[in-house]
Design a protein around this ligand. Sequence first.
Ligand code: PLP
Length: 390
Amino acid sequence: MKWESRLSPVVNAIAPSGIRKFFDIAAEMEDVISLGVGEPDFVTPWTIRESCVYGLEQGYTSYTANRGLLELREEIVRLQQNRYDLSYNAKEDVLITVGVSEALDLAMRALLAPGDEVLIPEPCYVSYKACAALAGGVAVPVPARIENEFRITPADLEAHITNRTKVLLIGYPNNPTGAVMSKDDLLAIAKFAERHDLIVISDEIYGDLTYGGEEHVCFAALPGMKDRTILLNGFSKAYAMTGWRIGYALANPVFIAAMTKIHQYTMLCAPVTAQIAAIEALRHGEKYMKKMVAEYDRRRGFIYDGLTKLGLKCFEPRGAFYIFPDITSTGYTSSEFAENLLMSEHVALVPGSAFGDCGEGYVRCSYATSLDKIAEALARMENFLKNHHK
Ligand code: PLP
């Protein structure tokens, strides 16, 4: 008690991630099937791992430039050019970070003055609001609804604009809903950002994971948006590289210089081993990534059918590797549902409330796990639903 009062009030006010709590309980149990973790079940493709082993053999063990290896920055710039016809300068517009996690933190800290407001469509990734608060800003949640396929519209955002609104943070394909935004949806958001002179942070970490012919639309590539957008991406999800801790930010040189200032004093640089591996991922990893995405797609269809057959209303996800069924028919809150399912059937998933108030009534299931395990989890859920009703 005594020591808690000595902590920063900002830190005291932040709740621990609702995801971790369930991991910790599940880790103590035997025979648990986890649909809780937002992490590929694949090992990083061998060619990527091998490049790192080779790099170590060659003695690449030192710091790199604060902004990261120029070779990696050049690969990233090439990718944006080829894929989105979007031109960045490798020397000034790119910062290599310790995952998208660090890039998010840097972007918030570089932009926000105390009290500045950040519009954040919800349900959203658990770090968004915490990062805004830790940077001294105020997170302003904007509910997205299943009726609109969890997409956000300018009208939704307009209702939350104040004279302190400075940043709009979007994350599509979305964690936890699997929603994507079409080009027309995003063009409308771009107009809104322009009208209110907002800076947009666009977290596109799931940009490679889209399904059913859905083409990912890069927000920075929309007319007029490159200069006002901080584009974040990384290697964790698409290349099954969560443990390597590597990501990047692309933006105008003023934003990147500000983010680099914080990065150089707090992180110095991203790990050289991971940077070497990331170069290989961009040069030779695409075919392995595409195979993994095809497998996620198979699982997506399977789990969507399975949950629907169990009578749970589901939005069919179009991206990322999550599905977000509505569990209100059970009479449980999302926390009660997740807790009871874990205790009685040893299936771990995450209560929707962990992703914001409007996630209440839903649970997040990750399908980044094998079809066999998904099938077993569905059988256990069927059992649970037969025996548990409030
Ligand atoms: N952004 C979103 C939407 C995520 O879901 C995650 C991880 O789950 C991250 C960022 C963090 O990714 P990284 O491993 O690159 O730090």
